[in-house]
Write a new protein. Structure first.
Length: 205
């Protein structure tokens, strides 16, 4: 199985290709849909922002659409002919549903289910749930949690979070908001979801 990824976000595209490789899928990151289609992959993962209208799937190829709500809506109703994932979402959940779970050696370790698998963000209402229970979040808390989920498996530096969410304020404010999130999620549900990455920042594993 092969895949092509069309995304304007280079970091997200790289993360997606790594996740695909863990599932035994050879993936290429492409600059636009036409280039992706010419590679004749089994599936194209297409960022809604990278196209102006609902795409037409090439013969023998599936399409999976992802992106922000407004970008998806702009493609018209035909976009829902394909699987659609509105950001933010858990990459593993999307890939488990579209290409299958990671392939592991018969004598290799089994992948343990992560505590973060129960965490869901709802972009339309700027809210979150954990295992079905609602979590009250401020706008800044939601934005920080969303950034951590988008980088799931990788670290978010304090500087990046401060710049993207707090307008370049001191990185100390990031530590304060991580503390808020841990109180509302980790402590409330007795789990460890948000980890500290020494010398860098924070991550959701």
């Amino acid at each position: 199985m092969t895949a092509a990824i069309v995304s304007g976000d280079a970091i997200f595209g790289k993360m997606l290709s790594i996740e695909l490789s863990q599932r035994g899928v050879e993936a290429a990151v492409c600059s636009d849909f036409q280039i992706a289609a010419e590679k004749k992959p089994s599936v194209i993962f297409l960022d809604a922002r990278a196209c102006k209208r609902s795409p037409k799937a090439p013969d023998g190829c599936d399409i999976v659409i992802f992106g922000w709500g407004d970008d998806i809506s702009a493609l018209g109703e035909d976009v829902y002919d394909y699987p659609v994932y509105e950001r933010p979402f858990v990459i593993c959940d999307m890939l488990d549903a579209t290409v299958g779970r990671p392939t592991l050696a018969a004598d290799g370790p089994k992948r343990e289910k992560s505590a973060s698998d129960g965490l869901r963000l709802h972009a339309s209402s700027h809210s979150a749930t954990y295992r079905g229970e609602k979590i009250a979040l401020s706008k800044k808390e939601f934005a920080l949690l969303q950034l951590l989920i988008e980088k799931k498996g990788g670290a978010v530096s304090r500087g990046e979070a401060a710049e993207k969410i707090f307008g370049g304020e001191s990185s100390n404010v990031v530590d304060v908001y991580v503390k808020y999130l841990r109180q509302k999620i980790d402590e409330r549900f007795d789990v460890k979801i948000i980890s500290s990455v020494r010398g860098i920042g924070y991550a959701i594993k």
